[in-house]
Design a protein around this ligand. Structure first.
Ligand SMILES: N[C@@H](CCC(=O)N[C@@H](CS)C(=O)NCC(=O)O)C(=O)O
Length: 234
């Protein structure tokens, strides 16, 4: 378990906030990208999931669900990446850039968060966990089909738009960026079948928050999957 403080001097330091995270985890990387996008720095504690550090008695007090990320702001403890991202954007980003203040715009972002939480993330888990934790060395056919079907949904959602949530990158894009860039390692996004999704993935990969907060953990995930399976690494 390791603690690190602020990353860049220009960032606003929120000393009263802590994030327990693992870089390999897409849910954690969504929160890390949201923080970097808002130029916020908080105390970060690295947790080694392979060593079960997310299941220690101290962590169980914070999160009985035994998952990461876990976030604390004074007395408030949150244990879901979507809830953490919307809290941070609502509490610390006055402009409404990441999370629109108008109910219509906000509900679009919520809709994407529910899709990520209810459909996309479970499909990631079903494909990756057998490799990471159950000695399976390939992505199973049903899991590939489910992920391809999600790519079809996402391709349709991008009809006539460059970003999922509006005219610029919002929390929708940040949360999707963490899951889709990770899924892309397991089941590559075919640019011929999904041209809009593929262009969006390229576009979002160029965003500074993706470079600073997603790339390292994504490489770590890719390396681990490569060590454990026959999934081709690009
Ligand atoms: N819905 C939760 C999912 C959290 C989750 O499943 N996190 C994974 C890492 S990506 C985890 O902690 N896995 C450890 C385990 O299940 O033992 C969120 O978005 O925060």
């Amino acid at each position: 378990m390791g603690t690190s403080a602020s990353k860049r001097l220009s960032q606003t330091g929120l000393k009263h906030c802590t994030l327990w995270k693992a870089d390999r985890s897409p849910a954690c990387r969504a929160v890390m990208m949201a923080l970097d996008s808002m130029n916020l720095s908080i105390t970060e504690v690295d947790i080694n999931i392979d060593k079960g550090e997310h299941r220690t008695p101290e962590m169980l007090v914070l999160n009985p669900l035994q998952t990461l990320p876990v976030f604390k702001d004074r007395e408030l403890v949150l244990c879901d990446s979507h809830a953490i991202c919307t809290y941070l954007a609502g509490r610390y980003c006055d402009s409404g850039r990441l999370l629109p203040k108008d109910p219509g715009g906000r509900s679009i972002v919520d809709q994407h968060m529910h899709y990520n939480s209810g459909t996309l993330y479970p499909r990631f888990r079903a494909a990756a966990y057998p490799i990471l934790y159950e000695n399976c060395n390939f992505v199973m056919p049903q899991q590939i089909a489910d992920i391809e079907s999600a790519y079809c949904d996402l391709e349709s959602m991008l009809l006539g738009r460059s970003w999922f949530g509006g005219s610029w990158a919002t929390l929708s894009d940040i949360v999707f960026a963490s899951t889709i860039s990770t899924l892309n390692i397991l089941v590559p996004v075919d640019k011929n079948k999904y041209p809009r999704l593929s262009s969006w993935l390229y576009r979002v990969s160029e965003e500074l928050f993706f470079v600073t907060a997603n790339r390292k953990g994504l490489s770590e995930f890719s390396r681990r999957i490569g060590e454990l399976s026959q999934v081709q690494q690009s």
